[in-house]
Write a protein that binds this ligand. Sequence first.
Ligand SMILES: [Zn+2]
Length: 315
Amino acid sequence: MLTIGVDIGGTKVAAGVVDPQGQILDRVKHPTPSDDPRALADVVARAVGELRERREEDEIGAVGVGVAGFVDEDRATVQVAVNIGLRDHPLRDRVQERVGLPVVIENDANAAAWAEARFGAGRDSDHIVCVTLGTGIGGGLVLGGRLHRGRFGVAAEIGHYRMVPHGRRCACGSHGCWEQYASGRALVAEGRDLARADPEAAERMLKLADGSVEGIEGRAITQAALEGDPAALECFASVADWTGRGLADLAAILDPECFIVGGGVSDAGDILIDPVRLSFARNVSGGPGRRLADIRVAELGGEAGIVGAGDLARR
Ligand SMILES: [Zn+2]
């Protein structure tokens, strides 16, 4: 049976036909309508309809939808999704009545974690923690081969684990959340801080941006770091150190076999992951005798959300 996986992001709704091996056979994309729940269900239904039209009749058996937000334990209602303006919204029923197929809703980071666990960097392990270093930090747990949703469906919001008492303010209302120190936003903050304090040292990053401190984005820092620029590498060292500390705390609680690190920040590859491994080993509890979890880069990139949502719909 084939399924359709849909990934609702802040700017686009991406959908694909997913086969049982986790391959995407066909794709469509539409802009995300802002602050209009009815239009959102219409766009999801249109994407599903377009993909079904291009297949044999009855080839598609179910639809999985990943969304950045809190999804309840029945995988039916979006409790809150700030980026797309949903609150207590019965998204499953709205999509189901439009497409006439079984539909499940899933948190997007959970869907991506499931895809990596089944078909990506974690396919040979049953105990996985996925950490997506995007603008913030997304998390997903696959424990004993099962996706861990928690009692109320909102498990693994690891980005808001409080790392630093009275630390940097976070959009969630708290202070010192992990994602304020180890994420794309944190990387950019490091780059801009450095450029403000020492424009000469930050010359390469500024040149790759538009010349202004505020123009420095993650891409410029990553490119400079890949070229070996010391200032950019310093920014990555900070983010990597905080990432390793967070993974060490997660290892103390969950004892996974491997961590899978994805998201835009992981595009830097070993420049990020090597110092993350060092920081993790330095900070993990249990001393030198402890068996260390593997730390791997995610393999499925931006398509993990579609693959995971599609595969979860099959189950
Ligand atoms: Zn927070």
